[in-house]
Design a protein around this ligand. Structure first.
Ligand code: SAH
Ligand code: SF4
Ligand code: F3S
Length: 481
């Protein structure tokens, strides 16, 4: 993205400006001077390694941190032998946390070889008090810790960290600020995530997200349209609109607007070819949205609709506010309106109190819904959530056995659902070269991956491919033109 502010023109002898984005550019200008001096002293450029855990929201926010570091003169590298190592953390399930602790142990050794190395942790996991307490106590070599609400202050915090000689921790409980216009370094030149809202108000009883991401806040539609228009001018043709529950977009705005209306406004942006979004909460999936999807030329025919469980009793305990019948009814409604839709879902196995009968209800919904893919998760107890205090936590061996049965059904059904395109010609957006040289990967509007022999100049382009063989969740194909 283009910067709005030229760092060279900032007067560093003045006080930092109060307006937030100007303030952050002021600190970027200061940091650029410091980084240049340090690079000269070392006789080499400074480097950073940024690792992102978790969901696409985190990916998107990492792009801002990367954009700021690029702006101040650090070069990105993939390995952790860097001058700055940054982890953008996730805490949705326990194993996300364990990964971070494991890697921190290894970083300690690297830091012994490079005492100037700075270690920065931020994101969802840092919003939990017990995590910060542990980092203070057991990982004092970490230099900077911040959360999810003050990422826009990264430049200022990074500057303060360089000035401090002790661990700097800055965690906010929440914010109503949405700071626009920070530099970003996009992972792809031709597609991009776009946050349309932050936070979550749903408090599903197993989920930590509302506690670490705060209350739901929607961005103004004008700001979203402006951002996408700028992205399109910069070469982007596909956007993924991001929110924990995009179906409730706009409700908290001064001039409320529905998600469906927002989609119609985005559809008008010339040059934009594909619109995707996630995640849709079944309780708020409206007829208006289904109608807009059915008539749109740009909204991809793919809907990620997390069911979590097929048992109405468990769904109630989960505080999901729909039941099995409502979920199956939605599936039918969307398939009637958009017959070629690709449906995907998320499922949790082993929620407290889940019985064999409850689990069979989940299998039943999987059996009936023809999902292309289902992401299956073993229930993970998150402290502070209502479910963590529920009795009847399901024994590990029972959960594992159910999980394996579910996975087998999901894979069998997924293979049948995704093979419906076998032999057809589909348009794909070419995204990556695979590990195998000369083999490229693209995505159909149905979110199905296709591997095909191609060449580099196809990256970022839309091409027609013949889908020769379905391999479950991906295809082997050949160029059709
Ligand atoms: N906002 C999205 C979900 C975001 S979290 C929605 O409501 O659909 C992504 C997925 O992680 C969830 O759909 C759920 O299946 C899973 N998940 C969340 N908390 C979990 C927990 N405590 N244990 C296991 N899986 C969990
Ligand atoms: Fe978590 Fe539920 Fe919010 Fe999704 S809607 S982020 S599962 S609380
Ligand atoms: Fe994880 Fe936070 Fe996303 S907890 S799933 S990174 S919102």
């Amino acid at each position: 993205m283009h910067n709005e502010i030229n760092l060279d023109k900032i007067d560093l002898n003045s006080e930092p400006p109060a307006e937030e984005s100007r303030r952050q550019y002021y600190f970027m200008a200061k940091l650029r001077g410091l980084a240049a001096a340090k690079a000269q002293e070392l006789g080499r450029a400074l480097s950073y390694c940024l690792v992102t855990f978790g969901c696409q929201m985190n990916e998107k926010q990492s792009e801002v941190v990367a954009g700021i570091l690029d702006e101040i003169g650090y070069q990105r590298k993939d390995t952790e032998d860097a001058d700055v190592v940054i982890y953008n953390t996730c805490t949705v399930r326990e194993n996300a946390n364990l990964k971070v602790y494991g890697r921190l142990g290894r970083l300690h050794n690297l830091k012994d070889h490079n005492p100037d190395m700075k270690i920065v942790l931020f994101g969802c996991m840092m919003q939990e008090e017990h995590v910060v307490a542990k980092i203070k106590k057991s990982y004092p070599f970490v230099n900077l810790v911040f959360g999810t609400h003050n990422i826009f202050k990264f430049a200022e915090l990074f500057y303060e960290m360089l000035m401090a000689d002790t661990q700097l921790v800055d965690i906010w409980d929440g914010t109503d600020q949405i700071v626009e216009e920070l530099p970003t370094e996009r992972n792809y030149s031709f597609k991009s995530g776009v946050n349309i809202m932050f936070g979550c108000n749903n408090f599903c009883s197993y989920c930590i997200v509302p506690y670490v991401r705060g209350r739901e806040r929607s961005r103004e539609p004008e700001a979203i349209v402006k951002e996408i228009t700028a992205l399109v001018a910069d070469g982007v043709t596909e956007v993924m609109l991001l929110g924990q529950n995009v179906n409730s977009y706009g409700k908290t705005l001064e001039h409320p607007i529905t998600f469906a209306k927002l989609l119609e406004r985005i559809e008008e942006i010339e040059g934009l070819k594909r619109i995707r979004f996630m995640t849709s909460h079944p309780k708020d999936l409206s007829d208006e949205l289904i109608a807009v999807m059915a008539k749109s030329k740009k909204i991809c025919h793919h809907l990620h609709l997390p069911m979590q469980s097929g048992s109405s009793r468990i769904l109630k305990e989960m505080n999901r506010r729909y039941d099995k019948e409502k979920y199956l009814g939605l599936v039918e409604k969307i398939r009637t309106a958009v017959p070629d839709i690709s449906l995907t879902t998320d499922i949790i196995v082993g929620f407290p109190g889940e019985t064999e009968e409850d689990f069979l209800e989940t299998l039943d919904v999987v059996d009936k819904s023809c999902f292309d893919t289902a992401f299956t998760f073993i229930y993970s107890k998150r402290s502070g959530t209502p479910a963590a205090n529920m009795e009847n936590q399901v024994p590990e061996d029972v959960v594992k056995e159910r999980f394996d049965r579910l996975l087998a059904l999901v894979q069998e059904k997924g293979r049948i659902a995704s093979s419906r395109f076998e032999g057809t010609v589909q348009e794909i957006l070419v995204e990556d070269e695979s590990k195998e040289k000369g083999i490229f990967t693209g995505r159909t509007e149905y979110n199905l991956l296709v591997h095909f022999p191609g060449s580099e100049e196809l990256l970022g382009k839309y091409v027609k491919v013949q889908l020769d063989t379905c391999k479950g969740f991906y295809y082997l194909g050949t160029l059709a033109e």
